[in-house]
Design a protein around this ligand. Structure first.
Ligand SMILES: *[C@@H]1O[C@H](CO)[C@@H](O)[C@H](O)[C@H]1NC(C)=O
Ligand SMILES: *[C@@H]1O[C@H](CO)[C@@H](O)[C@H](O)[C@H]1NC(C)=O
Ligand SMILES: *[C@@H]1O[C@H](CO)[C@@H](O)[C@H](O)[C@H]1NC(C)=O
Ligand SMILES: *[C@@H]1O[C@H](CO)[C@@H](O)[C@H](O)[C@H]1NC(C)=O
Ligand SMILES: *[C@@H]1O[C@H](CO)[C@@H](O)[C@H](O)[C@H]1NC(C)=O
Ligand SMILES: *[C@@H]1O[C@H](CO)[C@@H](O)[C@H](O)[C@H]1NC(C)=O
Ligand SMILES: *[C@@H]1O[C@H](CO)[C@@H](O)[C@H](O)[C@H]1NC(C)=O
Ligand SMILES: *[C@@H]1O[C@H](CO)[C@@H](O)[C@H](O)[C@H]1NC(C)=O
Ligand SMILES: *[C@@H]1O[C@H](CO)[C@@H](O)[C@H](O)[C@H]1NC(C)=O
Length: 324
């Protein structure tokens, strides 16, 4: 048995996979419909961008010298526009220290498809108005200090492919209906927030294309059984939560699963299925460290030929084979 419990190793694993999946999702989503609606919303977009800028400290003057009304906003740093008219389709300023809170006016950028404010030193709540961005395919607000609850209005973002809110201070429960209408969702990352309570049991009922669920380092409740029906799922990260009870048996029969991270939940238990019901052909990483798993791990694990990390330490398992 490999006694690996290094959280950084888990993180690197997950981050590498997240990055590749997220960029794939974004790449496939950059086209925007150019059917005309009535009116010219350019003025609204301009007002929204100026309101966004006005609410940020911008210590390195990234926006200050560039987002000026003397230049058309389509040429501002971080802004992309639709080809045939002056409407904002992307606001992408990752790694720019903006410092401050997100103005609700961003919800007026009605042609927005990509909002990438990853690692921009944002504080305050996520404005509920973002739920009005019905063309949004990518919402990246990870690695900031956003607080308060996740607005329920985000459930209106039906075209979203990637929702990345990891590494913030979001609290409260995951809104019950958050994903119910996100039929195209491929990635959801809520890693390392202060979320608590039950994971809504029906959360994943209508997300058939999900590849990544990263809910680690929160205080969330049991694993919904429907997770096992997500046939595209590659990463299931639920480590460092308050999961208890039994892991649904069907989770050991997921043909695309690569990462199963359940470490540090304390009371999570499982009855491993027999060889016949154990089928994780692409498994690369499994960690059940510090839980209540008992019994014999199926020797069918030998058939996981891509396995790199196996960490079953601090449980009540017996007859472990040698791997590695
Ligand atoms: C958003 O920014 C992050 C951090 O730089 C980057 O990894 C990611 O690919 C970007 N995604 C999109 C869709 O712009
Ligand atoms: C703003 O930044 C963009 C992209 O870096 C650059 O092309 C443009 O010339 C800048 N505009 C001004 C007014 O500095
Ligand atoms: C919309 O209005 C802006 C100025 O307010 C103008 O530059 C732009 O060409 C207009 N677009 C269309 C499609 O009329
Ligand atoms: C981010 O904000 C904090 C305080 O809010 C500040 O201490 C830190 O230097 C900022 N980082 C950057 C890169 O501006
Ligand atoms: C845009 O959004 C803000 C705040 O959400 C609102 O006050 C404003 O009236 C909206 N409309 C326009 C055209 O700016
Ligand atoms: C969707 O938006 C409407 C308003 O446009 C709002 O009343 C409703 O609560 C939103 N739905 C969700 C799930 O947030
Ligand atoms: C988990 O979150 C806490 C704060 O909530 C943070 O201090 C810690 O570094 C996080 N752990 C990991 C492995 O990200
Ligand atoms: C395993 O999953 C496949 C579909 O992915 C299903 O057909 C099969 O019945 C499952 N086997 C068991 C033992 O649950
Ligand atoms: C389970 O499968 C493994 C490898 O696929 C095999 O070595 C082992 O004998 C099997 N065990 C049982 C009880 O069938």
């Amino acid at each position: 048995m490999a006694a690996l419990s290094s959280p950084s190793r888990i993180l690197i694993f997950i981050l590498v996979l997240l990055l590749s999946t997220v960029s794939a999702a974004a790449a496939s989503s950059s086209s925007s419909s150019s059917r005309l609606t009535s009116g010219n919303g350019s003025d609204t977009d301009l007002a929204a961008l100026l309101a966004f800028k006005a609410q940020l400290a911008d210590p390195l003057r990234i926006l200050a010298g560039n987002w000026t009304t003397g230049t058309p906003f389509c040429r501002w740093v971080g802004i992309s526009c639709s080809r045939h008219r002056q409407r904002v389709t992307a606001v992408s300023l990752p790694h720019a220290p903006l410092v401050g809170s997100v103005a609700p006016h961003v919800g007026n950028l009605s042609f927005l498809s990509v909002l990438n404010l990853t690692l921009t030193n944002l504080t305050g709540p996520i404005p509920p108005e973002l739920g009005r961005l019905h063309r949004l395919t990518y919402l990246g607000l990870a690695r900031n200090s956003l607080s308060n609850t996740i607005p329920t209005t985000l459930g209106n973002l039906t075209r979203l492919k990637s929702l990345d809110l990891g590494f913030n201070q979001l609290s409260g429960q995951i809104p019950v209906e958050m994903l119910l209408r996100m039929h195209n969702l491929m990635v959801i990352n809520l890693f390392s927030n202060d979320l608590s309570g039950q994971i809504p049991p029906h959360l994943f009922n209508n997300t058939p294309f999900l590849k990544v669920i990263s809910f680690g380092n929160n205080s969330l409740g049991p694993i919904p059984h429907v997770v096992a029906r997500l046939s595209m799922l590659e990463i299931l990260d639920m480590e460092r939560n308050q999961l208890s009870g039994l892991v649904p048996q069907a989770i050991y029969n997921m043909s695309r699963l690569q990462i199963m991270a359940f470490a540090y939940n304390g009371n999570l238990a499982g009855i491993f299925p027999s060889n016949q019901s154990f089928n994780l052909p692409l498994l690369r990483f499994i960690s059940l460290y510090r839980n209540n798993f008992a019994g014999q791990f199926p020797s069918a694990l030998e058939s996981c030929r891509y396995l790199e990390v196996l960490d079953l330490g601090d449980n009540f398992l017996w007859t472990l084979c040698q791997y590695g």
